[in-house]
Design a protein around this ligand. Structure first.
Ligand code: ADP
Ligand code: ZN
Length: 191
């Protein structure tokens, strides 16, 4: 059986933490491989939860991934025969990931990006909104709000058990920090 032809397009998977973005990315990667497409999976090297060479879902599923520091490094690592490029945690790349994804689609590839559409403050996260605007398909997933059980669109940041303030630095050293899925109503960002 010959590999299936690939449709050049940009797909974006967004949602809060725990909404199943990595799960959905892993599912699409596995299905592309079943179709015998040449697939490469990338992630930002700064995100090294679960080890640096895998994309892992909170549910336990995982696929091998190549860590890259920048969108330029990502482009340089894409092999000539690669038909599908999957990128997890795409919010951690700068805005240069937008032209990088566009160039990959322009060269005939299917690009699947997954990432947070909002930061812990509930504000649009880096390049993700622009990727959503340019995509052929956007999948917005919801987690379950840990407070009320409704669909959760937001990521609650807690520092020492209390809601993180708007001005709290994104990177904290030494503080006990956790993230929860919450709905709009239960999400708290004290000024
Ligand atoms: P994401 O990449 O969006 O952070 P993952 O794919 O890593 O999401 O994890 C999704 C999995 O997380 C779910 O299938 C479920 O098993 C688990 N999970 C834990 N907490 C929640 C929650 N509050 N809402 C939904 N799923 C949750
Ligand atoms: Zn809620």
């Amino acid at each position: 059986r010959r590999p299936a032809p690939v449709t050049a397009r940009l797909e974006v998977i967004v949602g809060s933490m725990f909404s199943g973005k990595s799960e959905e990315l892993i599912r699409r990667v596995k299905r592309a491989r079943i179709a015998r497409l040449q697939v490469q999976v990338f992630k930002p090297s700064l995100d090294d939860r679960y080890g640096s060479t895998r994309v892992a879902s909170h549910d336990g599923g995982a696929v091998e991934a190549e860590p890259v520091g920048t969108a330029a490094q990502l482009l340089a690592r894409v092999a000539p025969g690669t038909q599908v490029v999957a990128i997890d945690e795409v919010q951690f790349f700068g805005f240069e990931v937008v032209p990088a994804c566009e160039a990959l689609v322009e060269s005939g590839r299917r690009v699947v990006c997954a990432g947070l559409d909002m930061d812990f403050r509930g504000e649009p996260f880096g390049p993700v909104p622009e990727l959503m605007a340019r995509a052929e398909e956007v999948t917005k997933l919801a987690a379950i709000c840990v407070r009320c059980g409704q669909p959760a669109s937001r990521t609650q940041r807690l520092i020492g058990g209390r809601p993180a303030h708007y001005e709290d630095p994104v990177i904290l050293v030494g503080a006990e920090e956790v993230y929860e899925a919450r709905c709009r109503h239960c999400h708290q960002v004290p000024g």
